[in-house]
Design a protein around this ligand. Structure first.
Ligand code: HEC
Length: 192
């Protein structure tokens, strides 16, 4: 897409302005940094989605999500030093499958939502041992489904959208959501 080079610059800006790590509380500053990256990531994705919807409608926008969602996350990761992904219990892209921590987080968020917590407030941080034995900081934030998302994740999709999704994601499970549902999480991690 024409605007694909732009996010790089924006992301470098973000990496440079994060607050300096404070030795006495590294977790607090990592959480602030992760939350800032989530904002940048979600704004970049939404801008790309909106551009594609405006220029070509939902079928072209599906194609744009398919080709750009991965590179946008990879670009942000390369500039920030964090691992960054989106995941869900009802997946569209099978490459975005949750690991054990993410599955547990998604279940805990559903539970907290059921107990009346606001979806916008659902975050979780943890320090876990990574596969290499190093301590890893993890951050997750809920992704609520908005009205605009129902075109591709809702209950009643058009035949064109259904056909395109089936074409690119034959095992798509990410439909049937209603506004306010927990669509998934942003999941970020980095070694301590
Ligand atoms: C034009 C269709 C379209 C719209 C509108 C749309 N999405 Fe998606 N969404 C997709 C496609 C296609 C993917 C798979 C991207 C990929 O290949 O990684 C996806 C993937 C996702 C994922 C990653 C997890 C998974 O299942 O692969 C999340 C989370 C998500 N969308 C949330 C949203 C939210 C929230 C909105 C509204 C702000 C939204 N989507 C609007 C098409 C759409």
């Amino acid at each position: 897409m024409a605007r694909f080079a732009l996010p790089c610059l924006a992301l470098m800006g973000v990496a440079l302005v994060h607050p300096p790590a404070r030795a006495e509380d590294p977790a607090a500053s990592l959480k602030t940094e992760a939350a800032g990256l989530v904002k940048t990531y979600s704004t970049t994705l939404l801008t790309a989605l909106q551009d594609a919807l405006d220029s070509g409608g939902p079928v072209l926008a599906i194609e744009a999500c398919h080709t750009q969602a991965g590179p946008i996350a990879a670009d942000l990761a390369a500039h920030s030093g964090w691992s960054i992904k989106r995941t869900s219990l009802k997946l569209r892209n099978p490459a975005s499958a949750p690991d054990a921590f993410e599955r547990e987080t998604l279940a805990a968020f559903e539970d907290r939502l059921g107990k009346g917590e606001a979806i916008a407030d659902l975050t979780r941080t943890a320090i876990v041992k990574g596969p290499d034995g190093r301590e890893t900081f993890r951050f997750a934030k809920a992704i609520p489904l908005g009205q605009a998302c129902t075109t591709c994740h809702g209950v009643a999709l058009t035949p064109e959208v259904t056909a395109k999704l089936h074409d690119l994601y034959p095992e798509d499970q990410a439909v049937g959501f209603k506004p306010g549902d927990l669509r998934g999480i942003f999941s970020l991690s980095r070694p301590m």
